[in-house]
Design a protein around this ligand. Structure first.
Ligand code: F6R
Ligand code: MG
Ligand code: MG
Length: 376
């Protein structure tokens, strides 16, 4: 029997140039060197990339999900990159490493993790998504559209296997003590699923499985940094792995929903609502600490070896999408801090508004019944 393959992607922001824009080349060289040397006896292959200010380390191996040796490789690479960032005087050096020592698993220690283990198909195409300046709920809508909506994903009608539907595991990220999970099936539970997924700050898709075969189809990093650190420590900039084709949606069906440029949480000071822009690998952050962005590297993996990536959002088609997303973003910015433009209180990354409201609270007074009837 073929050995099972595990894909592990671990991602962190451990410092960047110009304030949250991009890690330095020296940091990247350092991560590549560390992973190559430490991973020699543990990993089958690896790939290191950046999206905005985040570094994502994709690793293939035989050790299953949550393996301490695999996590430690990423942890040490990020520690080394932090040292480099400090030497270079980069901004927010070591930001996502919330503890000083490694405790067996990077989950709960700051970095974002998404992992899946499977028996490789004859050909095993998959996609690595990495988003910056947003949070894990950003993937709720594209996953819903790709795995549950035939308007976007015709394979749900055309392919008998895909048409058997998918099982979504959804996490309530407001539970800090233990993970609160629910499993819902598409299409049977569609309205229940929609009811949860609309609330992207509270309910986050953690994984999707094929109902036809039980195979893992997608995994998302559901880390919420402020739940770990007790306060906001930057946005949670999520990664996602999606297997495609055959019993899963086609690559284009998974990419398709990203042409919408849907509104997500993120951008300036992690506190705004802005559209998600699909960008090329290695894209830098610019306008208004954003806009929130997502990259996609497409691979095939065979006997644990990765092909070179295809940069899925580098195609000229996405230039038009980027243009539209930029327009949507500029339009939203017209209303500054009013209403939907700025995130609700519970999601603000800073305490300024809360402190102001606390100061104002004693000045509120109740009107008497008599005054209420008078003209003001
Ligand atoms: C995410 C990111 C932002 C910042 C946020 C606050 O990659 O960079 O979420 O964490 O803009 O950053 P400061 O307070 O350092 O400007
Ligand atoms: Mg950052
Ligand atoms: Mg980031």
């Amino acid at each position: 029997m073929a050995l099972r393959t595990t894909l592990s992607v671990i991602k962190a922001d451990v410092g960047s140039i110009g304030g949250h824009l991009r890690p330095s080349r020296r940091m990247l060289d350092c991560v590549r060197l560390e992973v190559a040397s430490a991973g020699r006896s543990v990993l089958l292959d690896h790939f290191v990339s950046t999206t905005g200010d985040d570094i994502a380390i994709l690793m293939t191996h035989r050790h299953g999900v949550g393996d301490a040796r695999v996590h430690e490789i990423a942890w040490h690479a990020f520690r080394k990159a932090t040292e480099t960032a400090r030497e270079q005087g980069l901004y927010a050096a070591g930001q996502d490493l919330l503890t000083s020592s490694f405790a067996g698993n990077v989950r709960g220690m700051g970095p974002a993790v998404a992992e899946m283990e499977f028996d490789e198909r004859e050909s095993e195409p998959f996609l690595l998504f990495a988003a910056d300046k947003t949070d894990p709920g950003a993937y709720n809508l594209p996953l819903y559209l790709a795995f549950a909506d035939p308007m976007h994903s015709p394979g749900l009608l055309l392919s008998p296997e895909v048409g058997r539907g998918f099982r979504f595991s959804v996490m309530d990220v407001a539970h800090d003590a233990a993970d609160a999970m629910i499993e819902l099936e598409a299409p049977q539970d569609l309205y229940d699923l929609a009811t949860l997924l609309r609330d992207t700050e509270r309910y986050v898709v953690e994984s999707v499985r094929s109902r036809a075969t039980g195979d893992i189809a997608a995994v998302v990093s559901t880390t919420r940094l402020h739940n770990i650190a007790g306060k906001y420590t930057g946005k949670d900039d999520p990664v996602m792995l999606v297997r495609v084709q055959k019993q899963f949606p086609a690559t284009g069906e998974v990419l398709g929903p990203f042409s919408m440029g849907h509104y997500v949480s993120g951008g300036m000071r992690g506190s705004h609502t802005l559209p998600l822009m699909p960008v090329a690998q290695g894209a830098e952050v610019s306008w208004f600490d954003g806009p929130p962005m997502v990259s996609c590297a497409a691979f095939c993996v065979h006997d644990g070896k990765l092909t070179e990536p295809v940069d899925a959002f580098a195609h000229p088609f996405w230039d038009e999408v980027r243009y539209r997303v930029a327009k949507k973003a500029i339009d939203m910015r017209q209303q500054g801090f009013f209403g939907a433009a700025m995130l609700p209180m519970s999601e603000l990354e800073y305490t300024g508004i809360r402190e102001r409201l606390d100061r104002l609270q004693p000045r509120f007074h109740t009107r008497t019944a008599k005054l209420r009837t008078q003209k003001v």
